[in-house]
Write a protein that binds this ligand. Structure first.
Ligand SMILES: *[C@@H]1O[C@H](CO)[C@@H](O)[C@H](O)[C@H]1NC(C)=O
Ligand SMILES: *[C@@H]1O[C@H](CO)[C@@H](O)[C@H](O)[C@H]1NC(C)=O
Length: 408
């Protein structure tokens, strides 16, 4: 299990490195609006709701349901979205089965409308929406960008080491801030300490310093807490995960560190944003399970070609635990921030719908044509990230419903 984790969780790092090379930098131009209005605006929403048909069910629980077959495929493919990151471009990499593209999430309580890029762009007009987290967060944002670019092409810019996409058509910004712990920390490296060093009580300034410019923040993380780590609080060692060094005698696992890191991030948003006349809308996207089958030494893969059906897979173990911690911390933060005007906090609960999609990962097709010359001795498999297009597109379908409700 440890070995399997060590390989599966090296992926986010590899992915990030490639990503940095892949997206060349552009200079920030002065035509960009210097200030974006607050999220809580009193002017836009009435006109918006007048032009938007009320097709959504307000109190629907989108997290519970099943995957049902559909004839209609995704909104984009590798020809219409030129920017699919190569390790997630499964169809172009030769994945032979395309059945995984023809499923829709059917919540038990209601109907989930198909993603409408125009509605989403309207909802983010004059706003800056930041995705903060690990490479699965980036995976989600790239899926969203592919769907939005079917109606409006963003301009990519670099902003102090982070990536922003400007939608001139709607005076809107989507951004991605790499911050796998949300708090300050250094990921383990092939060269360097083979464990993470994480300060659970210090928010990561990489994203926090730009907080004043954000109207909505989508936080998501988790995977990087499951590998060997040394956790600090108040500058002192609090404990470790998986005994990374012989002198770390206090094994504290991942739950408490995940809880503390999320609490630090949410507290920091409440402290910096709330009550300053500057509203913020925060969404915690819950943990996205991985699907390695079999043990690592027998080649952990994810080769299923269909979603799990009813009763085939329960939400349990690590996946359930991390999700529960996220839910609890969101409730705690809601209580702390509730007196504050303009502070909205919700959970985008994708854990179950993601859990039921073992077929949605790149697996061996993270690399182009992995079996072109027969089956190699070692096949690298990615069972953490999601193919684009793929089930991760659904996350934005749920997100847009939440945004509509919150915009009312
Ligand atoms: C991608 O979608 C476009 C438009 O729907 C279609 O014309 C094209 O054949 C598709 N390309 C691939 C590679 O599937
Ligand atoms: C282990 O010992 C080294 C060297 O004394 C020290 O730098 C490090 O902080 C210690 N780690 C823990 C987890 O106590």
């Amino acid at each position: 299990m440890k070995l399997l984790l060590s390989v599966s969780y090296a992926l986010p790092l590899i992915a990030l490195l490639c990503f940095c090379v892949y997206f060349y930098s552009l200079t920030f131009t002065s035509s960009q609006p210097s200030h974006l209005p607050e999220f809580v605006s009193t002017t836009n929403h009435s006109s918006l709701s007048a032009s938007t048909p009320p097709v959504y069910e307000k109190l629907c629980d989108y997290s519970d349901g099943k995957w049902v077959p559909t004839k209609r495929g995704p909104l984009y493919n590798s020809s219409t979205c030129a920017k699919i990151y190569k390790n997630q471009n499964c169809v172009s990499n030769g994945r032979p089965d395309t059945g995984f593209l023809y499923w829709r999430w059917k919540p038990s309580e209601c109907h989930l409308p198909r993603f409408d890029p125009n509605t989403f762009l309207q909802l983010i007009s004059n706003k800056h929406v930041a995705f903060v987290g690990d490479s699965v967060s980036r995976n989600h944002l790239e899926s969203l960008l592919c769907m939005l670019s079917t109606v409006s092409k963003p301009k990519r810019v670099r902003h102090q080491g982070s990536r922003w996409w400007l939608f001139r058509s709607h005076n809107a910004i989507l951004s991605y801030y790499w911050s796998p712990f949300l708090v300050e920390g250094v990921q383990r490296k092939t060269r360097g300490p083979p464990y993470n060093t994480v300060h659970l009580d210090r928010v990561n300034m990489r994203w926090a310093r730009d907080m004043d410019q954000m109207d909505m923040i989508v936080l998501s993380f988790g995977h990087w807490f499951l590998v060997p780590s040394v956790f600090y609080e108040g500058g002192k060692v609090l404990g470790c995960m998986s005994h990374p060094v012989s002198n770390c005698t206090v094994e504290i696992g991942f739950d408490n560190p995940i809880r503390r890191a999320l609490r630090t991030a949410l507290n920091s948003i409440i402290e910096r944003k709330v009550g300053k006349g500057n509203g913020v809308h925060v969404i915690v996207r819950t943990y996205s399970p991985s699907h390695f089958e079999g043990s690592w030494d027998k080649g952990g893969t994810c080769s299923k070609t269909k979603p799990y059906g009813i009763g085939e897979r329960q939400l349990e173990g690590e996946d359930a635990q991390i999700r529960r911690i996220e839910m609890e911390e969101v409730e705690n933060a809601k209580a702390r921030g509730k007196q504050s005007r303009g502070f909205m906090l919700e959970v985008l609960d994708v854990t179950k719908l993601a859990l039921l999609r073992p077929d949605g990962h790149p697996g061996a097709y993270m690399n182009p044509f992995p079996f072109a010359n027969g089956v190699p001795k070692v096949v690298q498999n990615d069972c953490v990230h999601w193919c684009l297009p793929g089930p991760v597109d659904t996350w934005s379908e749920v997100l847009v419903q939440m945004m509509k409700t919150m915009a009312e």
